[in-house]
Design a protein around this ligand. Sequence first.
Ligand SMILES: Nc1ncnc2c1ncn2[C@@H]1O[C@H](COP(=O)(O)OP(=O)(O)OP(=O)(O)O)[C@@H](O)[C@H]1O
Ligand SMILES: O=C(O)CCCC[C@@H]1SC[C@@H]2NC(=O)N[C@@H]21
Length: 293
Amino acid sequence: MEKPAPPPALPLSRAVAPRLEWMSQAGSTNDVLVMAATGPSAADWPDLAVIATDNQVHGRGRLGRVWTAPPGRTLAVSVLLRPRGASGDPVPLERYGMLPLLAGVAMARVVGGLVETARIHSAHRLAKVGVSLKWPNDVLIGERKVCGILGEMLPGGQGLVIGAGVNLTLSAEELPTPTSTSLLVAGVEHPSPDAVLAGYLRDLGTLYERWCAADGDGVASGLLDEVARVTGTLGRAVRVELPGGEFRTGVARGVDETGRLIVDDSDGGAPLVVSAGDVTHLRHDDQGNGETR
Ligand SMILES: Nc1ncnc2c1ncn2[C@@H]1O[C@H](COP(=O)(O)OP(=O)(O)OP(=O)(O)O)[C@@H](O)[C@H]1O
Ligand SMILES: O=C(O)CCCC[C@@H]1SC[C@@H]2NC(=O)N[C@@H]21
């Protein structure tokens, strides 16, 4: 029988995280961390504690969707957040809506840095492609999804677990959907799980500390500006599926202080304020059937 691979040492990531557990296999890292952070040893799981694996077998996406990943090709990471403001009081729950966006900004920066470095060093003259955030939870390279983010509240509002799945070394044939991509496919030849994880945790930590110091205020912390800068959804035509199943179209105008998307209704009605809806980008020439997901 083949010997299991030894766990990666992750020196860069361990230097950043207050606690980091690497699992050789996990069902869903979000589930594992929620259990750990609310179980009998909850006190051993500090703010910004991390669980990660490259072999997640029951990954979950938003809205009951699945996150699929062949073993060893993607990074699944969950981070525990127990946000407290400047006075030490918990940040109000209604401000948590910014946290998945905060994670998306951190991931977009890391992915953007790697893709740009690969482009500069490429012998193949790779074209410049933008890395952006698709509200509320995807990081895209060009129009393709390289990372999905899922925030889940701890029971009793004791905090939040924020999970991210990043496609590292999937080949074009292994991609789960026609609209996904991986760092490898985007030209990053040897994406290191440790470098990606450490970069993500570092940026996440910095943005999060600033946000907590401002008591979760998106404007005062500068987070809202940062979100607006990287969110490719803004200014674009989108189709919104409201929780009741109804569809509306319009142009995404902004993100508000609680992380909701503001969409100018193309029918001229009042702006749509979307928190639980599902958003699809429409192509510029879209007539309703050419969406990119
Ligand atoms: N490894 C992966 N890489 C990229 N996409 C994936 C991967 N695994 C699953 N997906 C896609 O992610 C979806 C879950 O994410 P999500 O709920 O964000 O939907 P989406 O298709 O990205 O569309 P949207 O976010 O616009 O609603 C799954 O339905 C699947 O299509
Ligand atoms: O695209 C989405 O809808 C979100 C996908 C989130 C996947 C990550 S992988 C780590 C964490 N554990 C999970 O089960 N899901 C998230």
